[in-house]
Design a protein around this ligand. Structure first.
Ligand code: SAM
Length: 326
């Protein structure tokens, strides 16, 4: 078991398969973002080795992310490798959904269990503005394909940004009347060089809840208002799906954190919103033994920070979200 010095058992690994993306969401990266050359990214066998190391330490839950994980070459093979690693119980993915029409079934067959699909608005013009060129109908097709392939329960993610999509939470919430999806609304977090934009545009989860309740009626807490992963879950009266609110900024859930992240360039990142990382890829390429890699991960996890420091104006500066993975 990988324990940190606060007694938390860290067993959930989010792996960024690539920092490249086929969209440029305004809250995720600057328009002129540069991306890693392929040689600096973990190769398929390196991912396999590092997942094996983490699994041996008790990591059992993997979420694949990016950048956009589905633009990675051989993504289906990578999923299959991870899903077949002894000790790994769950493999899920966060994706923008654009490639799911083609990939949902092969990913499911390879062992992927569920997907979270990002969709910030149903309005095609706004979607283009937020993503800088995306077509929301392709995302919709991807969501439908994911559900048909059994990548369920489908969860949808919307980052809510003032001046872009804060009124759209109502139409997104309405989806749950007809679909057994969890529609999750996320507070925008500040990163690196775009932190000013993010701080100005942040909408709190409470504001989102109030806006939805004013339009659609009071929300009923699901599971006594306890956290489900990182989300507080509610249901609209009569809805088949649920609403989740992720208040990373206004009401952080660091005490319950069980996560570490592996960036596409092979760094173990210990807190989403802090810069501390442990380089695993360089030692691996220099011939570190399995035992040495185990020790690096174990020591890194032990030093995992208690939580983020947004309330003290401490931001992560070394990477934007697309280079970490969310
Ligand atoms: N490309 C994939 C996608 O669109 O879901 C996976 C990577 S994306 C970085 C993972 C999640 O992080 C998405 O749901 C995205 O909306 C969210 N995200 C990106 N930037 C964010 C920010 N500044 N604050 C909060 N969430 C953010």
């Amino acid at each position: 078991m990988a324990l940190d010095r606060f007694g938390r058992s860290i067993h959930y690994l989010r792996i960024s398969l690539t920092d490249h993306c086929n969209l440029r969401c305004v809250y995720c990266m600057p328009e002129d973002q540069t991306f890693l050359p392929r040689a600096e990214m973990m190769q398929d066998d390196e991912i396999r080795t590092l997942v094996g190391v983490c699994a041996e330490l008790g990591f059992d839950k993997i979420r694949l992310t990016g950048g956009e994980p589905t633009v990675r070459a051989h993504v289906v093979d990578v999923v299959r490798d991870i899903a077949h690693t002894p000790g790994i119980r769950q493999v899920t993915m966060t994706t923008n959904g654009l490639m799911l029409r083609k990939l949902a079934q092969p990913l499911k067959d390879a062992g992927l269990q569920r997907v979270n699909v990002s969709i910030d608005t149903l309005d095609p013009a706004k979607f283009r503005r937020i993503t800088r060129w995306g077509d929301v109908s392709e995302v919709w097709d991807g969501i439908v394909a994911a559900e048909a392939a059994g990548l369920t329960p489908v969860k949808l993610n919307a980052v809510v940004v003032r001046g872009f999509n804060e009124p759209d939470v109502i139409d997104l919430a309405r989806l749950t009347y007809e679909h057994a999806w969890q529609m999750r609304f996320i507070e925008m977090m500040p990163f690196g060089e775009i932190s000013d934009f993010q701080l100005q545009g942040m909408v709190t989860a409470q504001e989102m809840i109030d806006r939805i309740a004013a339009a659609l009626g009071p929300l009923e807490p699901v599971g006594d208002g306890e956290l489900d992963g990182e989300a507080r879950v509610f249901r609209l009266p009569g809805a088949v799906g649920t609403l989740g609110f992720i208040s990373s900024v206004s009401q952080p859930f660091c005490a319950a954190c069980t996560r570490a992240r592996l960036t596409a360039d092979g760094k173990l990142r210990l807190c989403l919103l802090r810069d501390q990382e442990v380089d695993l890829l360089t030692p691996l390429r220099r011939g570190a033994t399995h035992a040495e890699l185990i020790q690096l991960v174990r020591d890194g996890v032990w030093r995992k920070p208690w939580g983020h420091g947004l309330a003290q104006d401490e931001f992560a500066t070394n990477r934007v979200m697309s280079a970490i993975g969310g």
